[in-house]
Design a protein around this ligand. Structure first.
Ligand SMILES: Cc1cc2nc3c(=O)[nH]c(=O)nc-3n(C[C@H](O)[C@H](O)[C@H](O)COP(=O)(O)OP(=O)(O)OC[C@H]3O[C@@H](n4cnc5c(N)ncnc54)[C@H](O)[C@@H]3O)c2cc1C
Length: 316
């Protein structure tokens, strides 16, 4: 039996979604910021929160492995791709209330949400400008940003403006949960358990000065632009490794002299040692080998074990 057989058989059982919108053998590289990854047996664009819920429930009922994909900015997809159904969350509706609450489906792109919030004079999200993310990905890992400006020099977390979310639980029940339930931490939330899917989120924003928000966005973008490789030219998944006891992994990798080190077309960035870039035709295998090399060097020199913060998806 070929590797793709179980997923293809599962199509008949996916009664909850339109089979005409299922794509087969869809390459995943274009759906990731690393531009790396083999094909998904089945691929579905969910265009509303209901559609997302139905696709997840349908996959569970069919016994198909599934993966909910946002912008693919925090993952490395294996070269052999994904055996099962990839559900791309393209549910992007958003609604602003007069009191500063903003409700959005979790496929909403944070960049679009920021633009609309700032246009309407609502503050709280503008700090995250320039970070590729859907709202689902943002709450999955509690999106954060170390603000460069002296008057607000601290790490900001998306949980600060989070009010509630509608989750789909493992039994297929939908319910609204509050911030405590989300168990937000550094790079984590309750969603890491993998049993619940975020369908929509409500943020609580504050009235803000539009000019000040534009200033913050320009400062943050220029800070990022000077310190991170540019995604359009050098695809990446952002930081590869978690911090160790508050120390950035990039500093340790840099002290091993690894900036610019290459395996195939995967390279440790010259300007940020915790970011690996795809120079054109990098494979997931190249990236994994580079990760292993950095881990080995840091362990030999400092006795510290670097732990990846990105997700490894599919077959390698
Ligand atoms: C250039 C660059 C810079 C970055 N800078 C930062 C930064 O400053 N700060 C920061 O915090 N991160 C940063 N990142 C990492 C990345 O932007 C975030 O992790 C982002 O939140 C990922 O969102 P996504 O939509 O791409 O999620 P994906 O990568 O598509 O998915 C990540 C995980 O979230 C899960 N998920 C997605 N949606 C849902 C949902 N609706 N319900 C349940 N689970 C879901 C997925 O299944 C997967 O396990 C950076 C990445 C890049 C490429």
């Amino acid at each position: 039996m070929s590797l793709t057989q179980p997923a293809v058989d599962g199509v008949q059982l996916l009664g909850r979604i339109d089979p005409n919108r299922l794509r087969r053998a869809e390459p995943l590289a274009p759906y990731t910021t690393f531009r790396i990854g083999g094909p998904a047996d089945l691929f579905y664009d969910a265009t509303s929160a209901d559609d997302l819920a139905n696709a997840v429930i349908g996959a569970r009922e069919a016994g198909l492995p599934y993966f909910v994909l946002g912008l693919g900015a925090n993952i490395l997809v294996g070269d052999k791709g994904f055996r099962g159904l990839v559900i791309r969350n393209a549910a992007r509706a958003m609604r602003f209330e007069a009191d500063g609450r903003v409700w959005c489906e979790t496929g909403a792109v944070v960049r679009d949400l920021i633009a609309e919030a700032v246009r309407r004079g609502w503050s709280g999200l503008e700090h995250y400008v320039g970070i590729p993310s859907t709202v689902g990905g943002a709450v999955w890992q509690n999106l954060h940003f170390l603000s460069p400006a002296p008057e607000r020099e601290r790490t900001m977390f998306i949980e600060e403006v989070f009010q509630s979310a509608e989750l789909l639980d493992e039994r297929g029940t939908r319910r609204v949960v509050d911030r405590d339930y989300m168990r937000f931490g550094y790079d984590t939330s309750v969603l890491h358990s993998g049993r619940e899917i975020a369908l929509s989120v409500t943020f609580r924003l504050a009235p803000g000065d539009v000019g000040a928000m534009h200033r913050i966005m320009q400062e943050n973008l220029s800070w990022r632009g000077a310190r991170h490789p540019w995604l359009d030219i050098h695809p990446s998944a952002g930081s590869i490794f978690k911090k160790i006891e508050g120390v950035g992994a990039g500093r340790l990798i840099d002290q091993c002299g690894l900036k610019g080190y290459r395996v195939g077309d995967a390279q440790i960035s010259h300007i940020h040692a915790n970011i690996m870039v795809n120079l054109g035709h990098a494979t997931a295998g190249d990236v994994r080998a580079l990760i292993a090399h950095a881990q080995q060097c840091v362990f030999e020199k400092f006795g510290q074990r670097l732990e990846p913060e990105i997700g490894f998806i599919g077959e390698f």
